[in-house]
Design a protein around this ligand. Sequence first.
Ligand code: NAI
Length: 327
Amino acid sequence: VTAPLKVAVTGAAGQIGYSLLFRIASGAIAGDRPVELRLLEIEPALKALEGVVMELDDCAFPNLAGIEIGHEPEKIFDGVNLALLVGARPRGPGMERGDLLSANGAIFTAQGKALNAVAADDVRIGVTGNPANTNALIALKNAPDIPSERFSALTRLDHNRAISQLAAKTGAAVTDIKKVTIWGNHSATQYPDLFHAEIGGKNAAEVVGDQAWVEDYFIPTVAKRGAAIIDARGSSSAASAASATCDAARDWLNGSPAGDWVSMAVVSDGSYGVPEGLVSSFPVTTSGGNWEIVQGLEIDDFSRARIDASTAELAEERDAVTELGLI
Ligand code: NAI
């Protein structure tokens, strides 16, 4: 009998949580392996979370082996194999960037320390809560006993958005589109790169054959999709963020598909000129719970400038949280 995969989710009573928990419980990450959910919320949200747990119970998911909820990270993270850090402090009215970074800094320093103290030896940590890359950096710096390769920030939603835009433009099926890359920060400076992507085995940029579309439509549409969804829906993307969170965790634990790669923000080893130590999105392949940055891609001037702009923003965020004493 396989032991259940213990999965912690923070911000579990939030919008993303309301999609994510049901996907995890129905096998989107672990397949047929049972899962045990460990749900972290702030105290005032625990009552709402109890309601969500009632609904999870009412689904009678065959592979949901148990649910625990609470507001103390040291209790909830105890023995977890996977921690999905979704809960974060959104930017409120009149809040400066520094205020946002310090509010989230407090959350991710505490959660990093708690994971360091009590998570399972094989823990993997995926950060969805924004600013995701820098929150992941704060958490990993506060978890010195956990290898920094175990932390990653979510750019899979951007990756999936890029595939969807390419499919709509070319009429190809999403399954025919491979090797899309998101570089840099999960922010409007991100660089969605289709120059190495393939559609039905052919170079995507050549299939599209429309550089103006790439520059004036594709890149800004993917990079600003979050804002477009807020405009249309009145609240930020939640179900798609939950779906991408599952995709990322599933591929991390079980391996990325052969002949393809995925985008993940991981700690840079200096590959592609991205300053070492920044948590930046790269093309990666995964296997057995480990990732490797795809090497040897040619980066032309167009891509170089965009990767550099996004990683410069990441360096600024790192400098700001260093100044705040968070890392
Ligand atoms: P939400 O505001 O609906 O839910 C967040 C939840 O986190 C709330 O229930 C809140 O009580 C909880 N929370 C706050 N501090 C906490 C703490 N210290 N411990 C545990 N829980 C805590 O927000 P939503 O829509 O679910 O989004 C969550 C985060 O995901 C946001 O930061 C959002 O910007 C980010 N996001 C990231 C995406 C990505 O692609 N990386 C895409 C979409 C959203």
